[in-house]
Design a protein around this ligand. Structure first.
Ligand SMILES: [Zn+2]
Length: 212
């Protein structure tokens, strides 16, 4: 992990530790990471391979011990990109806008799992490599809410809200996607660019603004 006065730039800072379960909505900062399907896991790490859990994350997710190298079509690479488990139906690479200057690519901003028109990327593991035509996105800002809390705010899945940030660099995020599920703890997920831009870090509280 590389931390310069709290600036989060490396995969080891990866994603969102489990937060407390009261009604306060806390920030989870997502560093660049990769989700894999089973077929791609086997290609990269060998047939029958299973991920090793490094750290529990929200909603049953975990940061794996395993990392990969991602290589853009411009042959620019970023090493040690953390894999998040469990396995998914489709492999997906989530990077920040800052990463695109290193990779020389231009992925769209998308909700996780919406890969139509996503950018291509090669993924290199210790036992093999893959090239995926549509896998790389910049994840959109989103808030996970348990159903009871969403109801308290009068919100439902896929609504959009504004969010107020009260740090030394106060900010308002517009049109933040709301995800509602009983398994969620209240958390807003942003990437390292958004976090650094307004001095936010994992665990900071934010406020939902339902009226402009
Ligand atoms: Zn999330």
């Amino acid at each position: 992990m590389v931390t310069l006065e709290g600036i989060v730039i490396d995969a080891d800072e990866a994603v969102l530790e489990c937060q407390n379960t009261d009604d306060v909505i806390k920030i989870g900062v997502s560093a660049r990471h990769v989700h894999l399907c089973r077929k791609d896991l086997y290609t990269l790490f060998g047939k029958g391979y299973e991920l090793h859990k490094k750290k529990e994350l929200m909603g049953g997710q975990f940061a794996a011990e395993e990392c990969v190298t991602i290589v853009s079509p411009e042959l620019r690479a970023i090493e040690k990109v953390r894999i998040l488990g469990p396995l998914r139906n489709e492999s997906q690479v989530e990077i920040s806008r800052t990463d695109t200057f290193k990779l020389k690519n231009s992925p769209p901003v998308r909700p996780s799992g919406q890969l139509d028109g996503a950018a291509p990327m090669a993924i290199v593991g210790p036992k093999g490599s893959i090239f995926l035509d549509e896998c790389c996105i910049i994840a959109n800002r989103h808030i996970h809410l348990p159903t009871y809390l969403a109801e308290k705010y009068g919100l439902k899945d896929n609504d959009f809200v504004d969010v107020e940030v009260e740090t030394g660099k106060p900010t308002r995020f517009f049109d933040v996607q709301v995800r509602v599920n009983d398994s969620f703890t209240p958390e807003m997920h942003i990437d390292t660019d958004d976090a650094n831009a307004c001095s936010l870090k994992t665990g900071d509280a934010i406020k939902i603004i339902t009226e402009r």
